[in-house]
Design a protein around this ligand. Structure first.
Ligand SMILES: Nc1ncnc2c1ncn2[C@@H]1O[C@H](COP(=O)(O)OP(=O)(O)OP(=O)(O)O)[C@@H](O)[C@H]1O
Ligand SMILES: Nc1ccn([C@H]2C[C@H](O)[C@@H](COP(=O)(O)O)O2)c(=O)n1
Length: 227
């Protein structure tokens, strides 16, 4: 007999610009789930390091400072928030400077241990279910997630999407920057960007955002009704 499950944990991973945030937020809002942007947490710790004079080219210095900032994520998909030591960090974490340094900071094992523990505690507290998006959610953070999705798209499509967000941006430079960041995120030793063996891969290159959202909603609904 099929029974409705009260909560579901969804892990959505993939490279930069594949649509993880847009899709995860929309799916969570539509299904009444919480939402966690784990990239925002790595950006937040990177921003704290930069504003506190930490040399982000020095992994030992990063490791020593990693436990100092207090990072708090709000999980309402309609208004996700992120604060560092009580200060709203949602704007500063999106600067070019943070984007260019976040891969180096997030590769430090001590940083990953702390942020992973934070992510697991947030997921455990979300008793109504949650969509968690990032790079290592299905492989490392929540290996027992009910549903794992790995979004992909061609570098050209991803660069075009990102360029569309910033007026006058250079498409080639945008493409090179995201390929470089993906290579760093995939090549690090500790919990690299990777598809979990049991993840469903969705290539979004030729899909509209609405089509991706509908596809993921269908997959989640399938999991919400337990066999
Ligand atoms: N299928 C799609 N078709 C067209 N545009 C899309 C699609 N999916 C997402 N976008 C757009 O692409 C941009 C990047 O999407 P989004 O921020 O959700 O990606 P992401 O995977 O979370 O990226 P990052 O990992 O860098 O944060 C946004 O402007 C979004 O509206
Ligand atoms: N689970 C995660 C999420 C993010 N990161 C790192 C690697 C990304 O380049 C960076 C920023 O993420 P974005 O905001 O672009 O989604 O954070 C990670 O290592 N693990």
């Amino acid at each position: 007999m099929e029974t409705a499950r009260s909560s579901v944990i969804v892990a959505i991973d993939g490279p930069s610009g594949t649509g993880k945030s847009s899709t995860s937020k929309a799916v969570a809002a539509k299904l009444g789930l919480s939402y966690l942007d784990t990239g925002a947490q790595y950006r937040a710790i990177t921003w704290w390091m930069l504003t506190n004079g930490i040399d982000v080219s020095n992994p030992e210095e990063i490791a020593t400072a990693a436990a100092k900032p207090v990072i708090v994520s709000g999980t309402d998909p309609a208004a996700p928030t992120i604060t560092v030591d009580g200060e709203d960090a949602s704007g500063p974490i999106r600067t070019q400077e943070v984007t260019s340094k976040v891969s180096a900071v997030s590769a430090v094992p001590e940083v990953r241990t702390l942020i992973t523990a934070l992510q697991r505690s947030i997921a455990a507290a979300a008793t109504g279910g949650i969509v968690v998006e990032g790079r290592d959610i299905g492989t490392t953070v929540l290996p027992d997630a009910d549903l794992k999705i790995f979004l992909t798209a061609s570098p050209e499509a991803r660069a075009a999407r990102r360029s569309g967000e910033v007026k006058g941006s250079d498409l080639t430079a945008t493409r090179e920057a995201l390929i470089k960041r993906d290579a760093a995120d995939s090549g690090r030793k500790t919990s690299p960007l990777a598809k979990a063996d049991d993840a469903v891969e969705v290539d979004t290159t030729e899909l509209t955002l609405q089509q991706v959202i509908e596809c993921v909603v269908t997959l989640v609904e399938g999991k919400r009704v337990a066999a």
